[in-house]
Every structure is written in structure tokens, then in C-alpha cells.
Ligand binder design. Sequence first.
Ligand code: ZN
Length: 663
Amino acid sequence: MSDIFIWSEIEELRKKIKEYDLAYYRDSNSKISDYEYDQLFKKLKDLEKQYPEFKESDSPTEKITSDISNEKSAVIPHKKRMYSLGNTYSMEELKAALNRISKENDSVLPELICELKIDGFSINLYYEDGNLIYASTRGDGFEGEDVTQNIKELKSIPQKINFKGKIEIRGEIFLPIAAFEKINKLREKNGETLFANPRNVAAGSIKLKDSKLFAERNLTATMYTIGIAEGINIKSQEELFEFLKNNGFSISNFSQKVNSFEEIKNYCDKWEKQRSELSFEIDGVVIKVNSFELQEKIGYTAKNPKWAFAYKFKAEEKYTKLLGATFQVGRTGAITPVAHLQPVFISGSTVSRATLHNSDEIKRLDLHLNDTVKIIKSGEIIPKIIEVDKTKRVPNSEKVRFPKVCPSCGSVLEREPEGVIYYCNNINCPAQLKRKVEHFVSRDTMDIDGLGESLVSKLIDKKLIEKIEDIYNLDYQKIVSLDKLAEKSVENLKIAIEKSKNQPLHKVLFGLGIRFVGAKTSKILADYFKSIDRIKNATYEELLDIEEIGEKIAESVVNFFKSETNIQTLEKLKEVGVKFEYIESEKTKISGKTFLITGTLKNYKRNEIKNMIERLGGKILSSVSKNLDFLIVGEKPGSKLSKAQKIPSIKIINEEEFKELVD
Ligand SMILES: [Zn+2]
């Protein structure tokens, strides 16, 4: 190969790897399997070694790709550099690495420690005087992103420790498999995209702005190394584990001291076989020199310690046959393609289904029925098809195509703006009806007491409700016999249904379950348009004109009202007397009132609150005067406050009081 070809191959590899790194570290998104990634990485490393003239300090082999989100992120410099581990999938390479270590130790293999390599997200904790001062991500190894608020939510990380010196404690946050499955179940129920694997949850959660949401993810942590340590002399990895345990950190119970290559190999083999029995995911074994003194003597490369490395397990791949593909309508209308496979045993379980993700993925694979497909289970719970063996394609086999209409109701599918998800937005789609009705009758929408989940389910199963509007034409005689309901409860249900017709416009709108139109957006739309008919006739551009409405919502609203069945249901609801107009009393509290704002508000931007007041019929004044009704006071209020205090008729309120006023 001529130089120019080698050079361009190296450049190509660097470009690809950087792209995957960015997706992995910043967007918590694995575009290829770890194994495929590591193979690319190895290829680049080998080429750079073979052709040192093309070495570059900017190559991904020479530096850690930063996980810092963007320039605005708060960063904290590490007191001692954080490295990443070099890895291998080959026992031969592992042996060679051990030989290099032995050379640094009078040709004797030093004492080593084997640890399980948990697939999580690296963090650095800094303690001083026994208190957790801050927590940060690895970042680029020199500085990391500040994640203190979130880390403080983790029970597995002590906020106070016995040791009083300055110390950096390092390890990994991760998600146990059971917690992972729970999160995905909930996300499926809410119509949110599923996480591919526990590692993605850890990476995707650590930088959440909402610490409560972070806490709900139920992550846990394990610690295994240190950065600076002042006022204590820890001599080995073994001693470090003792220290960590005594200071309340959770450490792995599976570490083992080893003295020979055989022992290491046995440890690796054992856990490669038994990994599926663990309650968390591992992707390999970490082997490190036990003595800290020897560690320092052996030293580091630009990126990795030379005294530690990872032996990674290869994700299992198997060939099987594609028997068919089905397209399921999720409870929120999203269409999920599923591949049906000839059952095959892979990574500890027999699988007969694989995810096909979305229509783009189906196109990429160019799938045909009866194709021989390669599946992989690397980190994911459900395997995925990574490749089709086209040499084995059965002639004239049928191509797998993503449907254009909903498999449940036949409505034309809509594509999520800027997304890859197709969904059915028919309000009466049978596959979604239970959920649609449950939402429609819930407290935040039409508030129909007595129409609980199980009754809704029965009514739909018995076809007493086939469309949303059927709620208003129920055969109460049948309900009595169906649910053995007492006359009294049926009477109460009747009253609740009747009462629901008076729910205000924004609640009706929210009840329709338009994609991306939640309670807040419904209120904005109702306040702005003042009737469902006007919202129905609003163009995409008109919707975008409203400050709080973005493209995603605007497109979704327009699409919803394009559907013939949705319009029919709306007509029926209007006919039975559900409120489709803005009720004047909705704006009583502040219409005609005057407002002024001083100081910084926590929950509203200036423009936002001004628009809101005006929409609700209030007026914004430019200065304090007798004409002013309300002064809204935020943090660090200006001179307006003292002026207003001198005029008794002005009501001085804070943000919370304002919220109550307009809610
Ligand atoms: Zn449908």
C-alpha cells in the first residue's frame, strides 16, 4: 500500500472513532457495539504503530475524548489526572502485557488484582475534612463536568467520611439490571424511547439538571481507585479497598488477588461464563498491579496506565433465520418493529425476537423474509440484528417494509418531526383506546370520578366504548350487570360524566391526548385561541407565532386535526355538550388587573410572564403608581419594591402567590 492510502485509511479511522466517541460520551448513544468499536480502535493503533510517521497527538489513541457536554458546562479540574484503561479481547495480548509488566519487576510477575469491569460511567469524588466537596465526570482526564448535585442523591456515596485529609475517590456509577428493566417498562408505558442498556442510563442520567429525576433512576456506585491522597499512605489496591470499605464506600465483592497468568485466565473465563448470573452488567475484567509503588514505577502512556488494563468479553454473535416482522402499536401510538427469529441461544438465554428500532434501521439492513441474519447481544437486553448474510438470501423473498398505515386502525402514520418514530394519532385507535380513555377521564383532564382503570378496561373489552365519545352515551343498564355496580355508584358515575361537560377548555384539550401537548401547552393554546375550532383551523405558521410553541408541537397539532376520525369525535363531543369555548370565568382573577415585576424570577423568563399576564387579560405597567394592582417580587428586587411599599393599595406578591393567582 502506498503512503497516501495508509494515511487516508488512518484519517478515516480517526474520523469514525471520534464520531462514535462523541455519540458515546456526550449523547450516551452507542452507534456500534463495543466490540466493533474496539476493533476499529485496535486497527488504528496497529497502523499508527506500524507507520509512526503518521502519529498525531490529536489522534483518539493519544487522548481521551471529553464527556463534557458543552462550553457552558461547569467544569472542575482534577487534582490528579484521570486515565482510561487500555483493553484487549485476546488472551495472547493479555499475556504480552503481563510480560511487559514483569520486566519492570525483575522479570517476576508481581502480585495483581482482578476486578470485574462494570459497564457504567466514571466519576471523581473529592473529600476534604471528611466532607464530600464536589463530584465530577472524567471529562478529558484533566477536568470534568460538575455533577455534585446529582451525586449527592446517591445513597451508595457517603457525604461524610471518617478520613479528614484531602482525597479524590474514583469509581463508576451504574444501574443494576432490575432497575434498568423497571425504568424501561415505565418509559414504554409513557411512550418514551427505551434505553438500549444500563450503561446508557448511567451516562444519560448523570448530567440531568433535575436531581429528583436523577434520584428516581436508582443508580448505584462502586469505587475502586484514588487520585490525590494527602495525609495517608495507602500502599496497595488491597489496602485501598480496606480504606474504602472503612469509610463507607461500596466496593466490589468479586475482586481477587492473583499471582499467575493461569489464575488470571481462570478468573476471566469464570466470569465470562457467569456474567449473566450477576445482578449488574459487566463487559470484562480489569487486571491491575497491586502495589502502588510499582504502579508509579511502571507509569503511564499519554492516555492509559501501563500497570492496568481491561480484558474485555466479546459480545456473542449468532446467525439465525428471520421468520417475520411485526409492527406493534405502543400504548402511545408509536409503531415499534419487531423481528421474529428462529429461536437461538445467545449470551445466556434463548431469544426469538429482536428489535428493529425504526424504519431507518429496516432500510439500512435491507431485510427480506427468510434472510439469514447475524444477531448480537452486547449490553442490550433484547438482541439486535446487525447484518444480513445476503449470499444466503432465498430468491424472490419478500422485502420487509415499514407500514404506511397503522396496523391496528388503518390510519395514515405520521413521522415524528426530526425523529425516526412513526406514530398513529387516531384518538380512537383500538390499540391505544384504553390508554386514551384513561387519560381522557383522569383528574387533570375531564375528571370523571368512578371511571377507573378496570372499569374502562371492561367497557372497552365489552365494546361499550369503541370511541371516546361513547363515554357520553353509555348504556348504564349494561354497566350495572357487567360490573355488579351498586345503583348508587352508577348514579354517581352518571353525575360525574354529566359534570365533566363543564370542564374548562384547556382540560378538554389536554384530554384529547395530542402528542407533545401536555397540561401546560394545552393551557397556552386554550388561552391563546379560546376555542377548539380555532385551534383546529390554525395553520402551522400561526401556531409557531406563539412564543412557547415550537415546531414539534405545531406539527403535531396540525397533524392531529388532519385526521378525519379525530374531527368526527370532536364533533360528537361538541354535540353532547363538552365545552369547546373559553369560559369567561377562566380569566376572572387577573383580567383587567395591572402588574409590574421586579427582581429575578426563578420559574419564569421576563418575556414569558409578561406574555402570560397579557394573555390572561392583565396589563403590564412601566412604573410604580397608584394604578398598579400587583407587584411581583423576585430575588434581589430593585427600587420598585420600596416605592410600592409606600402605596397601600398595591398588593406585593412573590412568584408562588402569582402562580396561585393564575392557576
Ligand atoms: Zn391506529
